[in-house]
Design a protein around this ligand. Structure first.
Ligand SMILES: [Cu+2]
Length: 323
């Protein structure tokens, strides 16, 4: 039985669409989506994956079909027919990519907007910035203040309800996290599930970039200027914090962990860190006066515990931790 070619084209089109739609959702290329914001990025990525799969199958399918269908038969020494372009075809294959690019452009714009990227300076004036010579922009740390730095990761409405603020410092070659609410300083980042986290990111030396693939979020750490990143952790686990900006010879080792845990585990961790700190301070108070020590010297005993070497510590800006 001979199937009419328009019906087989239709069937091929349906199969191609179904395969593309399925693969767009099941490519398995992304790590676990551990923040609320990750699904926005994944939606965009999945759409691009769907379109790419369809295009790949069309292009490869046509090539394979033509190679077989129009192959040279034995004894055939003739030339192919002379073809001088095809205007409808030209219009079609210009219009389709144009539409695809437009759709992806509008969609990614929407995702960026939903994450607050279009209005990073939302709701604040320049007077909120206190610029200090030679140091990072002084961050206003109370939770009710408006954003005063470039940021992404939450819509402007959400940004006023940031629940946990954490100061992140990037330096060659480590990340340091401090929790202004509890006075805890750590070399690894702990965040509780379901609460909005706001990172105030700065750098002491060169440009670094704070990146957690599982959160689908990345933000530069810039010396002399503060940036922000907001997200709501969703899935418990231990993920990598990676420096995504070539920052020197040991850039590749500038890694630490972010631990997403239940609020109870998070509180227990904060408490354990406070106990360690107060115990050490007590010990130290008998021997030396911390106020007379440099930041690097003062932090040295904690360094081993946090996995930071002494060279790294020396680079900590002395004014930075006095908030
Ligand atoms: Cu770095």
């Amino acid at each position: 039985m001979k199937i009419p070619s328009n019906i087989s084209t239709l069937i091929a089109g349906i199969v191609l669409t179904l395969v593309s739609l399925w693969y767009g959702q099941n490519h398995g290329l992304l790590p676990v989506a551990a923040s609320e914001e990750a699904s926005l990025v994944d939606g965009l990525f999945n759409l691009m994956m769907t379109i790419s799969t369809g295009l790949f199958l069309i292009v490869q399918g046509v090539i394979i079909y033509c190679v077989i269908r129009f192959r040279r038969r034995p004894g055939d020494m003739t030339d192919g027919p002379p073809t001088h372009g095809n205007v409808p075809l030209e219009i079609l294959w210009t219009a389709i990519p144009a539409i695809i690019v437009l759709v992806i452009g509008v969609y990614s714009f929407e995702v960026y907007n939903a994450m607050g990227g279009l209005d990073p300076m939302a709701g604040h004036g320049m007077q909120a910035m206190k610029k200090m010579p030679g140091s990072a922009l002084a961050a206003t740390l109370d939770s009710d203040t408006q954003q005063n730095a470039l940021g992404i990761g939450a819509s402007p409405e959400e940004s006023s309800v940031a629940q946990i603020q954490i100061n992140v410092t990037g330096l060659q070659f480590a990340w340091i996290f401090s929790y202004p609410d509890s006075g805890v300083t750590s070399g690894e980042l702990h965040v509780p599930i379901g609460r909005q986290v706001k990172l105030n990111i700065s750098a002491n030396d060169v440009i670094h970039s704070f990146w957690v693939p599982e959160f689908r979020l990345k933000q530069d750490a810039i010396p002399g200027s503060e940036t922000q990143l907001q997200f709501t952790p969703k899935v418990a686990g231990t993920y990598s914090v990676i420096c995504a900006e070539l920052c020197g010879s040991y850039h590749g080792s500038m890694k630490t962990q972010v631990i997403v845990e239940t609020p109870e585990e998070f509180n227990a961790w904060i408490q354990s860190q406070q106990e360690v700190a107060s115990f050490d301070n007590l010990d130290r108070a008998v021997a030396v006066n911390p106020a007379e020590m440099s930041t690097a010297k003062f932090l040295a005993p904690y360094a081993a515990q946090m996995g930071i070497n002494s060279n790294t510590l020396k680079q900590i800006h002395p004014s930075h931790h006095e908030i």
